[in-house]
Structure formats: C-alpha cells, structure tokens
Design a protein around this ligand. Structure first.
Ligand code: FEO
Length: 395
C-alpha cells in the first residue's frame, strides 16, 4: 500500500488485505480489511502506532523504508490482538533500539502471545504522556474495545486519536479517508456489530470520556481514516444507545416446510402492522448481516423445528450468537414446530439468557401449522406491535 501523509510528518504506513475473506476463522469479510499503522516523526523521537498482521509485516517495513527513517524509538501497542501486534517482533528485529510502549495488561498479553522480552517494554498508565520532542502522545486506557487490555493514543498537538479497533471497519479501500460515507457507515456498523457490540456499555463510558478531548481526526487501525470525526462518533452514539427501533430480527430454519409456512405467514402479519422485519434463512445467512440487524432491533424472533428434543443446530448457533453479541433487544419470542415432543423452547430460552429481553409467549405447532397456529401468529404480531408501542418506538 502506498504511504500517505495525514498531517505533516504523520504517515499512514499500514497495509490493505484486499482478498482476506474470513477473520478469526469466523467473521466474513466481504470487503477485505486493512491493518493500519501510523508513523509519527517528532523533533526528537519517532513513534510507530500499532503494527500489522504478520502476513503483511514485510509490507509495513517496506512502507517505513519509503519514509527513510533511520530509527524507531517507540512502538505503541494499543491492543495485543495479532492483527495489530503480530508484526511487532519483526519491527523490533529491524529496529532493535525501539521500546514497546503499552499498558501493564497489554504488556502481559504481548509477552504471553508473542514472546516479546520483558526488557523491551516501556509501561504507561492512564493519562500518561510521552514526548517526541515537539509532539506529545497521551494514552487513554479503554478496556474492552475489544479485549481487556485495549488503550487509545492521542496525538495532542495534531488532535489525532488513534483508537485501534474502536471506530474501525473491515474495509480494504484505496481511499485514505472516509470519502464514501454511505459505504463506510455500512462497514463500520458491521464491524461494530461483530466486534464491539458485546462491549456496548463500556463503550458508552469511553465515548463520554472522549468529550474531554478535541479531536480533528480519528485514525483507527482498520478501514479508512475519519477526517470528519462527528460522522463516526454520531453513528456510534446511535448504535450504543439504549434506543431500539421498530424492527424484528427473524433468524429461522425449516426442515420439512412447517416452520417455513409459519415464517411466511408471520412475515406478512408483521408487515401488515407496519413493523420492519429482517428475516434470515439460516441455511443461507452471512452472520455479519445477522449481527448488523441486531444492532437496532427491538425484537428478536427465532424460528426452528425440533431436532432430537431441542432446536435445530442452525438455530442454536443463531441463538448463541445473539446471546454472545448482547444486543439491545427488548423482546424475544420463538416460532417453531415439533413432531412428537421435546424441550425446544426451554433450550432456546437458556441459550439466550444474556439478553435482558422480555419473552413473548412462543408459537409452537405440531407438524404442519393449522388454523389455530396461524391465529396464534397473528396474536404474536399483535403483541409485538403493542410492546413496541409501549416503549414508544411506534407513535
Ligand atoms: Fe483488529 Fe481486536 O483486533
């Protein structure tokens, strides 16, 4: 990737990974990703903010070479996950005088995960600063964005925030800045949903604290740089708020068509009531799309047949995901079918125990749905409508 200057002597030296299609062997990357790294040249010292994934470390070093620096004094590690820290050992090999600047928890993680020797570290705590001569870096300890050791770095004189994962997006693009805001919004929301949503409450506190800082530029370690910080800050304020929208997320799976028929009827029933519904047939679903839909929705309804006394494994996966991502869901229900018995609804309830959502009585049909089951689906749609009115999201 070409090197670009964000402000005078502040360079983006990271790399795009255009064709990466899976992260953590779990998260689909329809637009690839980038591992951003920034080189800041002060009058006395030179700092590198975050490294890159090891698969791109040689490209990082080539980029640093293009700027023709003779040394790096500090490697700032905001986050120990390998897509930002994996290249640090190689950087230390090439620049052996460099110190890794990070907080105590991140130091512990870097020693454990990357075997970086103890003597390589310079430990900082919340609000500490280090001087580069004419420039100052301030460290903001911000646990759980995304691991417990995460911190943000603020370049005071230029008012640039380097938040690593926070405010990032899995988006490989030739744009340095968030020029195509509609596209970046979608990518950042997907990223928030997959990575940050479980830590929504922590992020609320961290974003409030950022009010203390004047920020002109937000330079995350994935995706484009935000030169209009209010764009991404306002998006985050909406996503992390407790305000849900008049939407139902409906992940479902059907084996022999009973749940499919119930799903079709239910989708029509809620559409007639002017509630937005986002159905996800789980045999065809990109889990990133499902996660994104969970960001705003007031209600989640899971549809599943009964398999070996419990939910279909695809529904178990969806329920597990909803539970792990801890969205702001206010109401939850279940649509399903069974042949001869089982504990499918009870098992789904257990699987979603993290959600502090009110359970609306499930609709479970025996075999093919019949008139009474369709009537129950209408009642479910009516109940959801009333519940949404009750929390003020429908006028
Ligand atoms: Fe981009 Fe949590 O690493």
């Amino acid at each position: 990737m070409t090197v670009r200057e964000i402000k005078q002597k502040v360079y983006a030296v990271g790399t795009n990974h255009w064709d990466r299609r899976l992260f953590d062997e779990l998260i689909p990357l329809p637009d690839g990703t980038s591992y951003n790294s920034y080189l800041i040249i002060g009058s006395e010292k030179i700092a590198l903010i975050d490294a890159v994934d090891p698969v791109k470390q040689n490209e990082l070093l080539e980029n640093i070479n293009k700027i023709d620096v003779k040394r790096i004094d500090y490697v700032i590690s905001n986050h120990a996950e390998q897509d930002h820290s994996g290249g640090i050992p190689k950087v230390l090999e090439v620049y052996p005088m460099a110190k890794v600047v990070t907080n105590p928890k991140c130091k512990e993680f870097l020693i454990e995960h990357l075997l970086i020797p103890e003597e390589k570290f310079l430990v900082v705590n919340d609000n500490d600063t280090i001087s580069l001569g004419n420039r100052t870096l301030q460290f903001i300890i911000a646990p759980w964005v995304h691991w417990p050791e995460t911190m943000l770095t603020y370049l005071k004189e230029e008012k640039i925030l380097f938040p690593c994962d926070l405010f990032g997006s899995h988006l490989a693009t030739s744009d340095l800045y968030s020029t195509d805001e509609a596209k970046v919004y979608e990518s950042a929301k997907r990223y928030y949903a997959e990575i940050m949503m479980p830590f929504r409450k922590n992020i609320q506190k961290h974003i409030t604290r950022l009010n203390e800082f004047k920020i002109d530029v937000i330079a995350p370690s994935h995706g484009p740089v935000h030169n209009r910080p209010e764009f991404i800050l306002n998006a985050y304020k909406d996503w992390i708020s407790d305000n849900a929208k008049n939407e139902i997320v409906f992940p479902y799976v059907s084996m022999h068509g009973s749940v499919e028929k119930m799903a079709e009827y239910f989708i029509d029933a809620v559409m007639k009531r002017n509630i937005t519904i986002k159905p996800f047939n789980l045999t065809k679903t990109d889990i990133g799309e499902l996660a994104m839909a969970l960001v705003d929705a007031a209600t989640v309804v899971i549809g599943t047949p009964t398999v070996l006394t419990g939910p279909h494994p695809a529904a178990v996966y969806a329920a597990y995901l909803c539970n792990a991502l801890r969205p702001k869901t206010k109401f939850i229900s279940i649509i399903g079918s069974y042949g001869w018995g089982g504990k499918m609804p009870e098992k789904l309830k257990e699987l979603t125990s993290n959600l502090s959502a009110e359970l609306i009585p499930p609709v479970i049909a025996r075999g093919h749905p019949k008139a009474g089951d369709f009537q129950a689906l209408d009642t479910l749609a009516d109940t959801i409508l009333e519940k949404h009115k009750g929390i003020g999201i429908i006028k």
